[in-house]
Structures are given as C-alpha cells and as structure tokens.
Design a protein around this ligand. Structure first.
Ligand SMILES: Nc1ncnc2c1ncn2[C@@H]1O[C@H](COP(=O)(O)OP(=O)(O)OP(=O)(O)O)[C@@H](O)[C@H]1O
Ligand SMILES: [Mg+2]
Length: 243
C-alpha cells in the first residue's frame, strides 16, 4: 500500500483539488483506492458523495474527527486490499500535527501557487518540514507542484530556485483552469472529463504521475501508465458541460 499525502500549511493552494484528481486517476486505473480526509471542512468527502455508483470506486475515510465508539486505529483502517491511499490535509498544519502526518506518508506532494504570499508561506513551511524530516526521510519522497499557473512570472522562477536550494524536486505545474472547479462540482476528475477540453491538463499531470509511479508499480507490467487513459469509466456525454 502506498500513501500519497498532499500537504501544505497554506490554505487554498490546491490540496483537495490535487487529492481528488489523484484518487480519481488511481481508481480509474484499477487500483483499490482510498481517499482519506484530515480536513474538518471535509471537501474531499463532499466530492466523493457526488460520485455515481458507475464511476470507479474510491473508499472514503474520514480522518478529521475521532468517531464515537470506534478506536482511532479502526477509524483510519484502510482495508487490507487497498493499494493506494490519497491523503488530503487541512491548512495550518504545523508542529506536532505536521510530524504526525509526515509519519503516515510515503510520497508527499506540496502544491504551491505562484504568488508572493504563497511563496513566503511555503518557504516557512518547507523549512519546518525539512528541519523535521532531516534524517527521517527513510525512503519518503517529497516533491512540489506549482498550481494555478497563468504565466511564468518572477515568483514562479523563485519557486524553481527554492526547489533547487532545498533539494525538493519540482515535478509539475498545473495551469489555472475552470476545469478543476467543474470537476469539484461534479464528482469527477480530470481523467474522467472529455479529453478535448482537458488535454492540456492531462499532459501537465503526466510528469506528476510518472514521479508517483516510480514508487507505485503500474497495473500492467511493462506497460506505460498514462494520465490520458482512465479505462474504468467513461463519462456520459451530457454530464460534462465544459465551455
Ligand atoms: N489549477 C487550478 N485552476 C483553477 N482553479 C483551481 C486550481 N486548483 C485549485 N483551484 C480552485 O482553488 C480553490 C482552492 O482549491 P482547493 O480547495 O483544492 O485548495 P485547498 O488547499 O484544499 O484549500 P484548503 O486549504 O481550504 O483545504 C478551489 O475553488 C479550486 O477549485
Ligand atoms: Mg482542502
């Protein structure tokens, strides 16, 4: 089982968007997938609730609050058959909470938006994370993704420089597009939406997926795993109204 955590203390940088997109991708590829939500806002779970029974199944695990009458271990139990767990985390994670989450992850994706405020915030967050992670990486993988890119600005270049300075690879950048809002409103993922309108996004996801597949074997040995194919489910034409 591989735990992919989407983490950044900064709010609104795309943690839930990236978590739901990934859960959808892995489920669509035939992996037994769970989406674990540590955020009391439960945004990931609202998205899961919108999914139709005909869509590839994603198991829902609410990790935000302890459940009455259930041990924490049982509450977070993903099931022995689960192959990929995507973990959505809340904003404002620091200190002991950060340590607790860090310990649960195999791969950590850090979304950052190319704005001055987000750059300053992520610099502080990464410094704390790396201080803690030093000597504790134990095979954990950490990478950054720039999210909501419109142009390659000076701030974008500063994020590239930060990545090089801290030795945290920058593995992808995602454009700013309404497609993600539509996906969130309809319980879909980019890989389930019409390929014509999402082709740019699918291309942008490929290096992120490649990086994850360095640690998660493909379903078909020797076969390239591409973000453009989600064989498990084809959307009904009228459920996708993209402009
Ligand atoms: N690449 C993108 N293009 C356009 N809109 C995006 C993109 N990524 C995220 N958004 C939008 O930005 C908003 C915040 O995204 P999201 O909820 O994923 O962030 P978050 O980090 O999970 O926020 P929070 O810290 O509150 O949990 C949402 O309205 C989402 O649709
Ligand atoms: Mg969120």
């Amino acid at each position: 089982m591989h735990n992919i955590m989407v983490l950044n203390a900064k709010g609104g940088c795309g943690k839930t968007t990236i978590s739901t997109t990934l859960a959808c991708y892995f489920a669509g590829q035939g992996y037994k997938t769970a989406l674990m939500d540590y955020d009391p806002q439960n945004s990931s779970h609202h998205w899961l609730d919108m999914r139709k029974p005909s869509q590839p199944q994603i198991r829902s695990i609410d990790a935000a609050r302890p459940r009455a009458g259930m041990t924490r271990t049982w509450q977070l139990h993903t099931g022995v058959e689960t192959e990929v767990v995507v973990i959505d985390t809340p904003a404002g994670v620091t200190g002991g909470r950060l340590v607790e989450l860090f310990n649960k992850a195999d791969s950590i994706l850090i979304p950052v938006m190319p704005t001055v405020i987000d750059l300053q915030a992520v610099e502080g967050f990464l410094t704390e994370l790396m201080r803690f992670a030093k000597n504790r990486l134990h095979g954990k993988r950490v990478a950054m993704v720039i999210n909501r890119v419109r142009f390659k600005t000076a701030t974008y270049e500063k994020i590239e420089a930060l990545s090089a300075r801290l030795g945290i690879p920058l593995i992808g950048s995602l454009r700013d597009t309404h497609n993600y809002a539509i996906a969130m409103e309809t319980g879909m993922g980019i890989c389930e939406m019409k390929s014509g309108v999402t082709s740019k996004d699918r291309k942008q996801w490929q290096p992120i997926i490649n990086w994850l597949h360095e640690a998660i074997p493909g379903k078909e040995p020797g076969q390239a795993t591409t973000f453009s194919e989600s064989p498990g489910w084809q959307p009904e034409a009228k459920s996708v109204a993209l402009s």
